[in-house]
Write a protein that binds this ligand. Structure first.
Ligand SMILES: Cc1ncc(COP(=O)(O)O)c(C=O)c1O
Length: 352
């Protein structure tokens, strides 16, 4: 332990992102990236940014991008906040909207960055156990809280909650902020964004990393009541006024205007998911129903870590979580191209 470190740093347990291997020719099914590239329009917009204007700071308010996001969702720009990936948006959400006396509620099996933000900002939280089929049970959230957050579909399970259930939660929980993290909603779920006009305590976050094949650009956003957005802007402008560079703003705005392309690649991923699930079930795997661009699967009687290690020997990487105990038999497998998934199924056939 370093004596120059602050007390805060001594107490941190940082998030561990999925591996970004430097080895060539790996089939990379471990971090839920999109197997298809971004649209031509996005690449053209990025190229157009290369030039003398790079000596100038970018627009601190990302006005053009927020207008494009607002137009896409039928909102106004003051209902939109953008950040350097939805991870940054979520970090600001925890500090701005979820740090209260009562604990924040989120599922015991969910995006593992949430407890990390609580640790960073000193926020109390209570993990709420998922049900027997790894489902989120809204009734378990109907209690005093300092805020509620979960992904829909949830990660790493892929399980989807219907919008009607989220609306039931909002009606029963007017006193604190409810954050729905829709990182994966484009692959098979219905979005709650239209509900932000109706519920002032609802904040919905999105990312361009998965559905828009732009994990490398780092853009995410939140939609909600202007007062929730104002809270996020207060934190942002106390931290970094320019979180999105010129490339990120231009590329993301072009992505928002090329919806047909992105809907097409998400549909392709969803179709591959159907084929992959059937093939794995044919081999004897149990697969949770997924509305995301990944699946959560286990082979009865086999350890998840062992299967992951054997896949790695065959140059295929997937994600395995050791904790909590209940998920350790499972593998989280990103849905790749048809060809990548066929290769995965062949490898798993040999292994099991
Ligand atoms: C549920 C969930 N939310 C948010 C994110 C963050 O995405 P990004 O920071 O790339 O926008 C991820 C990434 O894996 C995720 O799984």
């Amino acid at each position: 332990m370093n004596r120059y470190w602050s007390k805060v740093v001594h107490g941190l347990t940082p998030y561990v992102p999925g591996e970004q291997p430097k080895l060539p020719n790996l089939v990379k099914l471990n971090t839920n990236e999109n197997p298809y590239g971004p649209s031509r329009r996005v690449l053209d917009a990025l190229r157009a940014e290369v030039g003398d204007t790079l000596r100038l700071y970018p627009d601190p308010g990302s006005d053009k991008l927020r207008a494009a996001i607002a137009a896409r969702h039928g909102l106004t720009a003051d209902q939109v906040f953008v950040g350097n990936g939805s991870d940054e948006v979520l970090a600001h959400v925890f500090l701005a909207l979820l740090k209260h006396d009562a604990p924040v509620l989120f599922p015991d099996i969910t995006y593992s960055f949430y407890p990390v933000y609580c640790g960073l900002y000193g926020i109390e939280f209570t993990p709420v156990p998922l049900g027997a089929a790894f489902e989120i049970k809204v009734d378990d959230y109907l209690r005093p809280n300092g805020g509620i957050i979960f992904p829909n579909p949830n990660a790493p399970t892929g399980r989807l909650l219907p919008v009607s259930e989220i609306e039931r939660l909002l009606q029963a929980n007017p006193a604190s902020v409810v954050v729905i993290d829709e990182a994966y909603v484009a692959f098979g779920g219905e979005s709650c964004v239209p509900l932000v006009k109706k519920y002032p305590q609802l904040l919905v976050t999105h990312t361009l990393s998965k559905s828009h094949a732009l994990a490398g650009l780092r853009v995410g956003y939140a939609t909600g009541h202007p007062q929730l957005i104002e809270a996020l802007n207060r934190v942002k402008d106390s931290f970094n006024s320019y979180p999105l560079d010129r490339f990120a703003q231009a590329g993301a705005a072009a992505a928002m205007e090329d919806e047909a392309y992105f809907a097409g690649i998400c549909q392709k991923v969803a179709a591959t998911r159907t084929t992959l699930v059937a093939a794995l079930q044919g081999l004897g795997f149990e697969v949770l129903p997924s509305a995301a661009n990944f699946i959560f699967a286990r082979f009865p009687g086999r350890d998840g870590a062992d299967i992951a290690a054997k896949l790695r020997e065959r140059s295929i990487i997937v994600r395995h979580f050791r904790h909590p105990q209940r998920v350790s038999p499972y593998l989280r497998i990103t849905v790749g191209t048809d060809e990548q998934c066929a290769g995965l199924v062949d490898a798993l056939r040999e292994i099991v």
